[in-house]
Write a protein that binds this ligand. Structure first.
Ligand SMILES: C[S@@+](CC[C@H](N)C(=O)[O-])C[C@H]1O[C@@H](n2cnc3c(N)ncnc32)[C@H](O)[C@@H]1O
Length: 211
């Protein structure tokens, strides 16, 4: 999807993907998975309340999000004081223990983490991979692995019998193919979501680098 597609959604308030509570998989499996990690990266974060979950668990959070509106709304709706700084090519919204970099994920570099002072130990992907069409998913995972090759990933994905999206269907075989043989992809939980799309399942994967 082009940036204009998402920016228009935010401008129109057409954000059906946004959830008013922590994700059920995060509530059920998050504390165990994230226990060893003090920091979490949230790509394509929107204004997800799941970032509040991580703050409540005492984690440091770095998000990246294209839409300025999403960043503004995250901090104002959650009443978190923030400073706005430049961290080119991003605008950096910095609150206590949380930074959201407003800009294009694909322009994020390791040096941005260096400037922020740490490399997140874990990655939380909810509605990021599945927001991207097939051609962009490969670039997304390649970039994620280049930025944070050792970080463990908590991935929430959908699969259903259709090529239409977003959200797109991303089956386990594609996830294993995207991360490659140097990563262990573990299916942890599945939930029937046929109320959302016919034959739709929402699935949780833990992904770890091998060795
Ligand atoms: C389906 S939404 C999911 C948001 C969030 N993860 C959640 O669970 O609510 C996808 C988000 O990715 C953002 N986005 C899309 N392409 C992006 C990019 N290249 N860089 C950063 N953010 C992007 C969109 O603006 C949108 O907020």
């Amino acid at each position: 999807m082009e940036p204009a597609f998402w920016l228009e959604k935010w401008e129109k308030g057409d954000i059906g993907f946004h959830q008013e509570d922590f994700h059920p998989f995060l509530k059920e499996f998050g504390s165990e998975f994230f226990k060893p990690f003090s920091s979490v990266f949230v790509p394509l974060c929107g204004k997800s309340l799941d970032m509040i979950y991580f703050l409540q668990q005492g984690k440091q959070v770095i998000g990246v999000e294209l839409a300025e509106l999403a960043c503004e709304q995250f901090f104002s709706e959650n009443q978190i004081p923030f400073e706005k700084k430049e961290l080119l090519p991003f605008q950096c919204y910095a609150g206590e223990s949380i930074v959201i970099l407003q800009g294009d994920f694909f322009q994020l570099e390791k040096t941005h983490f260096e400037v922020l002072g740490f490399f997140p130990q874990a990655i939380y992907d909810r509605a990021a991979l599945v927001a991207l069409p097939p051609s962009m998913r490969k670039a997304y995972v390649t970039h994620l692995k280049a930025l944070l090759p050792e970080s463990a990933t908590f991935l929430i994905s959908f699969d259903f019998p259709s090529d239409e999206g977003p959200p797109f269907s991303v089956p386990q075989s594609e996830i294993q193919q995207l991360w490659g043989m140097s990563y262990h992809v573990q299916l942890v939980a599945s939930k029937d979501r046929s109320e959302f799309k016919p034959h739709c399942n929402e699935r949780l994967y833990f992904i770890h680098a091998i060795g």
